[in-house]
Design a protein around this ligand. Structure first.
Ligand code: HEC
Length: 115
């Protein structure tokens, strides 16, 4: 049997616990256009953005290629890792969750060249 004080603590924990599924609903709409703006502002110095093939930094893959390589949910994880620690020779690029969603939407929206 749970005593009254314990029940109060339990209730308080339940009320204050973060609820990720609910938090997502209240966040702003994902926008490929906003992602495109981030890509041009913060990534285009090294990566080819849009349908162009030649990256300014020869070691950086074109985003069209990145879109083909990461068709699944993994692109979001990849961008999260890049945001935190970078990616091999690429420096870390701090991005918030909304920016990551927008960039993912943008990169996925680039039409593959071979289609
Ligand atoms: C200073 C240059 C530079 C900038 C700026 C830059 N990148 Fe990169 N990025 C690279 C390089 C170089 C690589 C290849 C890393 C490697 O494999 O060693 C890379 C790799 C990646 C990859 C992995 C591709 C793969 O095939 O696994 C992704 C995704 C990526 N970058 C996304 C981004 C995003 C998003 C931004 C902007 C927020 C960005 N990059 C900005 C240089 C850069």
């Amino acid at each position: 049997m749970i005593s009254a004080p314990h029940l109060t603590i339990l209730m308080a924990l339940l009320v204050t616990a973060p609820w990720p599924a609910q938090a997502k609903v209240t966040e702003r709409h994902t926008s490929a256009r906003a992602g495109e703006a981030i890509a041009y502002a913060r990534c285009a110095g090294c990566h080819a953005v849009g349908q162009s093939v030649a990256s300014p930094n020869a070691g950086a893959p074109a985003f069209e290629e990145v879109g083909r390589k990461y068709r699944s949910i993994r692109l979001e994880w990849e961008l999260e890792a890049i945001s935190d620690v970078g990616h091999y020779s690429m420096p870390a690029k701090p991005m918030d969750a909304q920016e990551i969603r927008n960039l993912t939407a943008y990169i996925r929206s680039i039409k593959p060249r071979d289609q």
